[in-house]
Design a protein around this ligand. Sequence first.
Ligand code: 5RP
Length: 293
Amino acid sequence: MAELTGNKDAKNYGIGIPAKTEGFFLKGSCHYDWGMQDRLSRIFRPASGKTVMLAFDDGYIMGPTSGLERMDLSVVPLAEHCDVLMCTRGALRTCIPPVHNKPVCLRVSAGATILKELSDETVGVAIDDAIRCNASAMAVQVYVGSEFEHKTIANLTKVIDAGMRHGIPTLGVTAVGKQMVRDARYLGLAGRLIAELGAQFNKTYYCEEGFDTVVAACPIPIVIAGGKKIPEPDALGMAYKAIDQGALGVDMGRNIFQADNPIAMLKAVSAVVHEGEKPDKALDMYNTLKNEA
Ligand code: 5RP
């Protein structure tokens, strides 16, 4: 039994000071439990409300993608310059030293390759292994309108249920099948569906026409995908336009690690996302850092 004699009397009750009811900085996220909000605060910087995620899970469907042949050599130096590492558990355990202490968005859907139908995925990671990897989020690909639409939606809901049990957010990834058009109508449909099924955030593509409507109709945060490598000025411009129209971050891979200078590119993208830097200034920053290197 605890010793009671000699204890100071409790008297600091702050009578008359109302207890604060704190809000939460992130779109659509104010009603989650503490652990879920804590993880979301690791993914999205509370100061800016935004995130720069480094995606290097390309190998899970494409094999040794250019720039990722040796993840231990190419990705590790980038880790300190991004907010989140988005990857498979295999890449994480074999190539990323745990000392970086970066939040991880773990790719948990699996089962397809570029050689066959991409939408034929399943859930490839058990929730207890995601927990062992200390995942701050789990990513699941959703192929709306593709051959295995139903299966990929079921994958998403299973992962969301498991995530809800343990306070781990789910990133629903809008994957666009070969026959689909990446326009606001399609991206809006997929994003809304992903949000309504309970994912905590949505990765989608930027589209030139009507991206603001995709954001407006999606009640959870949107981060944009990088996709195939495009020239650095275009990638910075795309990031700027997406953020300007309400996206809360980027989840970029090839446009970072295939850039002439990946660290400079990551820093320039980060300036656009977190500081609202204009694309021309961000490009100057990129070129200066690249030339200094
Ligand atoms: C597709 C994905 C990718 O696998 C991915 O994260 C790769 O990133 P990038 O296309 O920028 O190289 O999630 O939606």
